[in-house]
Ligand binder design. Structure first.
Ligand SMILES: C[S@@+](CC[C@H](N)C(=O)[O-])C[C@H]1O[C@@H](n2cnc3c(N)ncnc32)[C@H](O)[C@@H]1O
Ligand code: SF4
Length: 481
């Protein structure tokens, strides 16, 4: 797709809007477009006002949109708006998140609410966000206002276990097979314990309060009972967990869950577990190479219920290859019936590094079935007493969908909110782990090496990162005093 820009240089933003409508097209910025699908986006000044004009040539016809605005308006939004309208006229679709690309919807909502504006009106008028998405944002904002507090010295701790029983076709997370790499897993844990000790000493020296602890993956459920015992013992010995709000352990795939492992988690104070199925349709589970059944999921949740964890989370994905709306809705109903009190509904993202990215061309940018699934999830879950409590969006989600965490009553995952909304800093351990220092609106990241082999063989890089973190924190503390 050729695009000509005139009077502005918002290449990235125009590309992101174009991709909502013309998914899979490669965008070339040119002086004069010649491809069958082509566009012009122009920004000009006239009489102290700005005029944004877009024309899109699509399937032999030309579609246009024009808007004028005050000189001091948000120029980027103005050019995105006319591109969105012209593309919508050309294709007949209206992506529900409007022109909100590359920005977290809740942060726009919160900024407007804090400024005393009416976010719903403004986001509908200026960002073209659909009413059902605005209702969700309003609920999430209200929920977080009621449940989340910000304190300068609070941190959360994340521990990464990038090992899995196998590789699901849709997943691009870095993880290695625990089945074929038992030796690597052992060496990984040895190094991980060193990093946990070093980071916990840093937390103590800086006088930080650990609010939540999250062990995630990968599939931390692949650890044996003995490995779990050692990891959790070290974690609770190193970090002061008296008064901690949450210790969450992402078991992950249900076929890893045993009574023995659940007993170890419970005995070390874990109060929230994640047991995921993504769908309860066995055929789809097999299509995406998850290699477990819905029956194993139900049985794992039944087992976990006996141990009295405060909350059990389950992840679902809308849009898995071959899954129809009715099958997704059935999965959701069955997960609610199973007793999960925290359900995260993801929209399938087509990631380059995932095995199914070869199917990219088969996905349409706007599949009304995905919206039906997401609307069904919202209506069903809220009618069963669940509230949406956090949201994030990713690139290349089918139908430009989103990921939303729902919880019953107050059974939210606090770590998810703290991390996603940058409420406080994150101290992260393990391969691929990303520590974040939050200083007001500024976020500084210190990221560990990606792969478990690098983590084991180049552990000195991890030591350097801990040192970097110490220096950045010390600087921040001096600034605050
Ligand atoms: C880091 S993964 C770990 C989950 C765990 N290993 C499991 O499979 O049960 C967290 C969640 O991300 C979601 N996820 C992974 N790949 C995705 C994709 N391509 N699109 C949408 N959601 C995805 C899944 O719902 C998954 O449970
Ligand atoms: S979805 Fe979970 S189990 Fe599957 S590959 Fe990704 S992290 Fe591993």
């Amino acid at each position: 797709m050729d695009i000509k820009l005139s009077g502005h240089q918002f290449y990235y933003d125009i590309t992101s809007i174009a991709m909502l409508f013309f998914h899979g097209e490669k965008v070339n910025y040119v002086r004069r477009g010649s491809t069958p699908l082509r566009a012009v986006s122009r920004l000009a000044e006239k009489d102290d006002r700005l005029i944004s004009f877009t024309s899109i040539h699509f399937r032999g016809n030309t579609f246009t949109s024009q808007k004028t605005a005050p000189y001091d308006c948000d120029r980027k939004n103005l050019v995105k708006q006319t591109f969105y309208i012209a593309a919508s006229r050309a294709t007949g679709i209206s992506p529900l998140w409007g022109i909100l690309t590359g920005i977290r919807p809740l942060s726009v909502y919160a900024r407007l609410a804090l400024a005393g504006d009416t976010p719903q009106d403004i986001m509908k008028r200026e960002y073209y966000v659909a009413p059902q998405k605005l209702d969700i944002l309003s609920s999430i904002y209200g929920f977080q206002q009621a449940h989340i507090e910000k304190r300068a010295n609070d941190v959360s701790v994340y521990v990464s276990i990038p090992f899995c029983p196998g590789k699901c076709s849709y997943c691009s997370f870095i993880s290695v097979s625990a089945v074929n790499n038992g030796g690597l897993l052992e060496s990984y844990l040895e190094k991980l314990y060193l990093e946990i000790k070093a980071k916990s000493e840093l937390v103590k020296a800086l006088g930080l309060n650990v609010k939540t602890l999250y062990v995630g993956g990968g599939t931390p459920g692949v650890l044996s009972e003995n490995q779990l015992e050692s990891l959790l013992k070290i974690l609770v010995e190193c970090f002061d967990t008296t008064g901690i709000e949450e210790i969450c352990f992402e078991l992950g795939r249900p076929d890893t869950v045993t009574d023995g492992k659940l007993a170890v988690l419970k005995s070390h104070g874990v109060n929230r577990v994640c047991i995921n199925t993504q769908t309860t349709n066995d055929k789809i589970l097999s299509n995406v190479f998850r290699n477990h059944t819905a029956a194993q999921y139900f049985s794992a949740v039944e087992k976990a219920k006996k141990y009295g964890f405060d909350s059990i989370n389950t992840d679902l994905i809308a849009g898995l290859t071959g899954e129809e709306t009715a099958s997704f809705c059935r999965s959701l109903n069955e997960v609610i019936e199973s007793g999960a009190d925290n359900i995260t509904v993801h929209t399938l993202a087509i990631k380059r590094a995932a095995a199914l990215s070869g199917d990219r061309a088969n996905y349409v940018p706007y599949d009304p079935n995905i919206n039906k699934m997401l609307d069904y999830a919202y209506n069903k879950l809220t009618s069963y007493g669940f509230s949406p409590y956090y949201i994030y969006r990713q690139k290349n989600c089918i139908s430009n969908g989103e990921n939303i965490g729902y919880c019953k009553g107050d059974k939210l995952c606090r770590y998810n909110v703290y991390m996603m909304e940058d409420i406080h800093s994150i101290i992260a351990c393990g391969a691929g782990a990303s520590s974040k220092i939050i200083d007001g609106g500024r976020v500084e990241r210190v990221i560990n090496v990606k792969y478990p082999t690098e983590y084991v063989n180049e552990y000195e890089k991890v030591v350097n990162n801990t040192e970097k973190l110490r220096l950045k924190w010390t600087e921040l503390k001096l600034k605050r005093e």
